[in-house]
Design a binder for this molecule. Structure first.
Ligand code: PEP
Ligand code: MG
Length: 750
């Protein structure tokens, strides 16, 4: 960039800084800014358009256009050249604007006399706030230096409007960070929570944007980069011999910290008059915009790493690094873009709720949040840029909504609903010691799903008759390295201690698909849900399977034990896995360890194929449990992780009901014990349908036991069975509304 262009840009930023520092009303300042920009660019027009809502842009200030058009002219996203700049998030540079594709004539502005047009998005960290436009009569294209200069100015503006001074009808409005906001998300763990925002990684707030001392700023940048290099080296050293994904991340750090291209771009922005932190953030915005469009998962991951590293750099430059020592609010609701299982376990029960921008229904964080029973919403877009530490926040995981800084009326209505839910829980607690028996005297075994030690003290209080599914993968997922056998057996032993004689079914390591162990070589698969997962991994990595089986036997130390293999698709997989168990058993016996007398070995039925296995298989297993979360995704060919199809098919569909009845029948014929342990077993209406068609053992989250028992004790399962059979023979589609009608007619509210 030419020397003169650089010093022009610095001069302009200097003038802007002075204007930003003065304390005149928002609109006056905004007008002044457009005047300064137009003047320094030698253009007749400079205008600022800002978003009024997610799709409407409003002309908020202008030098050169008709003053009456300000706060009147509005455009939709994609409309006219300005709308197009906003929609694409990229620059439009046109010498003859009226001839440009998409041009829209707005008579009130008087802009028809201006030929050239330069529109630059005003963005903050990839989020569009508006558009900065310069126009002139002269028919010419703007130079690359000019565009760069306007982009830098737009970035400075982004910080200003982000601080909330300008958007409004000619007056300074409340800062966006003081306004109530509602966000939509996807429920990953049901429940309500009310509390205060606790940002897992709080956003760095920039106050020092502009600087006249480029050399000094560059020195600050390089000092911070050196600190970051030391940090990255330390990480590599601490992690020792790492491989796979961890190494990728660390290498990415090292790569960015030493990337000359990236550093040069930051330096060039500093030379134009930005402070070191503003320049780093500008490059971070560019990377975020690319991240949003990156089609490739690998590239997206690397851009995430760059984002993470930019944040660290910003913390070093601004000194806002001490967030971990700041005090947690009383009822913290964690807000983050994403979070790892270990970090979440560290917070443990301290959190009242969790809100993530990313994540998936089956991700590690979700599994842990479910296990701990904390309401969790995922896919909540842009919450980390809106929320500030300590903001009041309500999580409504029933309606999939987040209320940030709610109005009093919303907060009151929410408190009322929470109080009702607490009352219902009290009613359910009263059922704890009652047997789960239907009106027609059918006894249903109610079991609990668990996966962490913290669940176990809950067992007796929950009213469950045992643990129908203990997911052992959480301990593996939460660990930075492969857990050792002794650690595992210690945990299994404590689980059995806590169960205090009640049965616990241990599911062997169920990883793969979305559950990836950070320390195991990750293979990229086109269709992970149909890929190398669960028992398929176990049979290919027998060392791990054997180690876990040994740990289970040692943990049991002679007590009765039940072991279930996940994702058995064909009987041979079960026989092979059981063969490994028998070998381990033999070894343990020879080593003199205590061997349980009561051993049950079963399989999780998660693929339709297993429902059609030969009778012999049904006789050979000690029990089967339907893993409905997976079974239904394969039955309907609808990915449980894909929001577009996840809720498309109802398990109360007649075809699925008939399929489940078929499994029940086969188990009855072969005298095989059968239970259902997918999430649907914990939903009262679904649980009644499952019980009615013959599934007399259901395993669910502890919180679901009360509501299910409550409804079961009011239901005549025999009658319901006849009712369901009738519909399944005569109709297709979901029987949900028929079932709801059935209960309503019988005076039962579900
Ligand atoms: C299931 O598939 O229903 C199950 C219990 O396991 P997961 O949800 O962990 O796959
Ligand atoms: Mg499963």
């Amino acid at each position: 960039m030419a020397e003169t262009a650089q010093s022009e840009s610095r001069k302009l930023l200097g003038r802007l800084r002075d204007t930003m520092a003065d304390d005149r009303a928002g609109q006056t300042r905004l007008n002044e800014i457009t005047r300064i920009i137009a003047d320094s660019m030698n253009c007749e027009v400079c205008s600022i358009y800002l978003f009024r809502d997610t799709i409407t842009l409003e002309l908020c200030a202008s030098e050169g256009l008709n003053a009456e058009a300000v706060h009147k002219t509005r455009l939709r996203m994609g409309e006219g050249l300005v709308g197009r700049v906003a929609e694409r998030g990229s620059v439009i540079n046109a010498a003859d604007a009226p001839k440009e594709k998409g041009f829209r004539y707005m008579p009130e502005t008087g802009e028809e006399i201006y030929s050239s047009f330069l529109g630059v998005p005003i963005q903050r960290l990839g989020q569009g706030l508006g558009v900065l436009v310069v126009q002139s009569k002269e028919k010419r294209k703007f130079t690359a230096d000019e565009i760069y200069g306007v982009e830098v100015v737009a970035m400075v503006l982004a910080e200003m409007s982000e601080l909330g001074a300008f958007i409004g009808e000619g007056e300074a409005l409340k800062a966006p960070h003081q306004e109530a906001a509602v966000f939509k998300g996807t429920t990953a763990q049901e429940g309500f929570a009310s509390g205060q925002v606790w940002l897992h990684e709080p956003r760095v707030v920039l106050t020092n944007l502009v600087s006249d001392e480029p050399e000094q700023e560059k020195e600050r940048l390089h000092n911070a980069l050196n600190e970051l290099r030391t940090y990255a080296k330390g990480l590599l050293k601490r992690h020792g011999r790492v491989s796979g994904e961890t190494l990728d991340v660390l290498e990415a750090y090292a790569m960015f910290v030493n990337s000359q291209g990236w550093i040069k771009r930051i330096e060039s922005d500093i030379e134009k008059g930005l402070s070191a932190e503003a320049a780093v953030e500008k490059q971070q915005s560019v990377a975020r915009a690319r991240l949003a469009k990156a089609p490739d998962a690998y590239l997206r991951e690397r851009l995430h790493d760059l984002d993470d590293m930019s944040n660290r750099l910003l913390r070093l430059l601004t000194g806002q690094g001490d967030y971990q020592t700041s005090e947690m609010p009383q009822k913290p609701i964690l807000v983050a873009s994403s979070i790892g299982p270990a970090e979440l376990l560290d917070y443990g029960r301290k959190l009242n709720g969790i809100i993530l921008e990313e994540g998936s229904v089956g991700s590690h964080a979700t599994i842990i949040a479910r296990a701990i029973g904390i309401p969790l919403l995922i896919h909540v877009d842009n919450i980390t840029t809106e929320a500030l530490n300590g903001d009041p926040i309500l999580v409504d995981a029933e309606q999939e909504l987040v209320h940030l800084r709610p109005d009093e009326s919303v907060a009151q209505a929410f408190q009322d609903r929470m109080a009702m839910a607490t009352q219902a829980q009290k009613r359910y607690a009263a059922l704890r010691d009652k047997k789960a028996i239907s009106q027609c005297n059918r006894k249903i075994e109610i079991l609990m799903n668990a996966g962490l030690m913290v669940d176990l003290p809950n067992l007796k209080g929950s009213g469950a008759e045992g643990v129908g599914l203990f997911r052992t993968e959480l301990q593996f997922l939460a660990s930075q390295k492969m857990p050792r056998r002794a650690e595992l057996s210690e945990t299994y032993s404590r689980v059995m201690d806590a169960a205090d004689g009640l049965s616990v079914v241990f599911l062997t390591l169920d990883i793969g698909s979305d559950k990836v162990l950070p320390y195991m070589n990750h293979v990229s698969e086109p269709n992970p849900a149909l890929g190398w997962r669960a028992i398929r991994v176990g049979l290919d990595k027998r060392g791990i399977l054997r180690m876990q089986l040994q740990a289970l036997l040692r943990g049991a130390a002679g007590r009765p034990i039940a072991i279930m293999f996940p994702f058995i698709t064909v009987p041979s997989e079960f026989y092979e896995a059981r063969g490994e168990f028998e070998k381990v058993l033999q070894q343990e016996r020879q080593l003199g360890h205590k061997i349980p007398e009561d051993i049950k070995i079963g399989a999780m039925l998660e693929t339709p194929a297993l429902a059609y296995a030969p009778d012999q298989f049904f006789q050979d297993v000690d029990f089967l449990s339907i893993g409905g979360n997976d079974l239904k995704q394969f039955f309907f060919a609808a990915d449980r992780e894909n929001e577009m199809v996840r809720k498309r098919y109802d398990i109360l569909n007649t075809s699925y009901m008939r399929f489940l009845s078929h499994i029940v029948k086969r188990c009855d014929e072969n005298n095989t014990k059968l239970s259902y342990c997918g999430e649907d077993a914990g939903k009262p209406l679904e649980a009644m349908a499952l019980s009615a068609i013959g599934l007399n053992s259901l395993s669910m989250r502890a919180a679901s036991i009360g509501p299910v028992k409550h409804l079961l004790m009011r239901t005549h399962l025999g009658e319901l069975e006849t009712f369901i059979e009738g519909i399944c023979h005569s109709q297709h589609g979901s029987i949900r509304s028929d079932l709801t009608g059935y209960f309503a007619q019988n005076g039962t509210i579900v």
